[in-house]
Design a protein around this ligand. Structure first.
Ligand SMILES: [Zn+2]
Ligand SMILES: [Zn+2]
Length: 256
C-alpha cells in the first residue's frame, strides 16, 4: 500500500491510497490531479471517501464518477453530491481490503467525519479532513468550541504512530501560532525547524503522527500549564479545557 498526498488548488491535499492496481482518494476537491495520478500509475479508482461538504473537498467527485468502480462514502449529516453511501459514527468502510472506522468529529462543519484504519502490517492511518491539522485545527464554521474540543480529544486518543493525513498544508503558519502559545516547548521548536526545511525542499509536511501532534499542537494541549497560562493572558475566564480551547481558536483567527 502506498499513501500519496496529491497537491490541489493552492494548499489542499487529496490523499490517495493504492495497492498498485486500485486506488482510493479522499476529498477530491478537483478531478485533474486525481486523473493524472491514476493515469501515471495505471490505477483504477476503487472508491472515494469524503470528510465534509466544503467545495474544496467535493468539487471533483462528479467528474471522477465515470472512472469510479466503487462507491463514494460521505457523512450522513451533510449534503454531498449524490449518489453517495452515507456513513455515521462507528460505521466501518471497506476500501482496498482495509477496514476504516468512521469517527464523527463535528466542529469545523456540523457533520464532519474522519476515517481511521487501525493498521496491521503498517502504521494506522487517519484521514481527518479539516478537523485536525499539523500544529492546528479547522475553523469553527458550523459547530461549537465544545464540540471541536471533544472531536480533537477523540483523535488525540488514537495510537501515537497513527499517520495523520489532513487536507491542507497549513503547517508552517500553524506552527508560528503554536510557538506564540508555547514559546517554551522544545519539541515544537525542533518540529518547526524540521517542517521549514521540508517545505523549503518542496515536500509536504504531512502525514504527521498523533504522537507528534500531542507534543506540539496547542489545540491538543489545552491541559498543559504553558498553554493554559497563554490562554488566560488572552482572556480565558478559567483553565477549563473547552474555555482554553475556545480562547486559542479565537486568538488564532486574528493571529498574523
Ligand atoms: Zn472545510
Ligand atoms: Zn478544506
Amino acid at each position: 500500500m502506498e499513501l500519496i498526498a496529491l497537491p490541489a488548488f493552492t494548499d489542499n491535499y487529496i490523499w490517495m491510497l493504492h495497492d498498485g492496481t486500485d486506488a482510493v482518494v479522499v476529498d477530491p476537491g478537483e478531478a485533474a490531479p486525481v486523473l493524472s495520478a491514476l493515469d501515471e500509475r495505471h490505477l483504477a479508482l476503487a472508491g472515494i471517501l469524503v470528510t465534509h461538504h466544503h467545495g474544496d473537498h467535493v468539487g471533483g467527485i462528479d467528474e471522477l464518477r465515470s472512472r469510479l468502480k466503487g462507491a463514494v462514502h460521505g457523512p450522513k449529516r451533510e449534503r454531498i453530491p449524490e449518489p453517495f453511501v452515507a456513513v455515521a459514527d462507528g460505521d466501518v468502510v471497506d476500501v482496498l481490503g482495509l477496514r476504516f472506522e468512521v469517527i464523527e468529529v463535528p466542529g469545523h462543519t456540523a457533520g464532519h467525519v474522519a476515517y481511521f484504519h487501525a493498521g496491521r502490517d503498517s502504521a494506522p492511518i487517519l484521514f481527518c479532513g479539516d478537523t485536525l491539522f499539523s500544529g492546528g485545527c479547522g475553523r469553527l464554521f458550523e459547530g461549537t468550541a465544545a464540540q471541536m474540543h471533544a472531536s480533537l480529544g477523540r483523535l488525540a486518543a488514537l495510537p501515537g504512530e497513527t499517520r495523520v493525513c489532513c487536507a491542507h498544508e497549513y503547517t508552517l503558519s500553524n506552527l508560528r501560532f503554536a510557538r506564540a502559545v508555547e514559546p517554551g516547548n522544545a519539541a515544537l521548536a525542533r518540529y518547526s525547524a524540521d517542517c521549514e526545511a521540508t517545505r523549503a525542499a518542496g515536500r509536504p509536511t504531512l502525514p504527521s503522527t498523533i504522537a507528534v501532534e500531542r507534543s506540539i499542537n496547542p489545540f491538543l494541549r489545552c491541559d498543559q500549564a504553558e498553554v493554559t497560562a497563554s490562554a488566560r493572558a488572552q482572556g480565558a475566564r478559567s483553565p477549563e479545557g473547552t474555555e482554553v480551547f475556545a480562547t486559542l481558536r479565537r486568538w488564532k483567527n486574528e493571529f498574523r
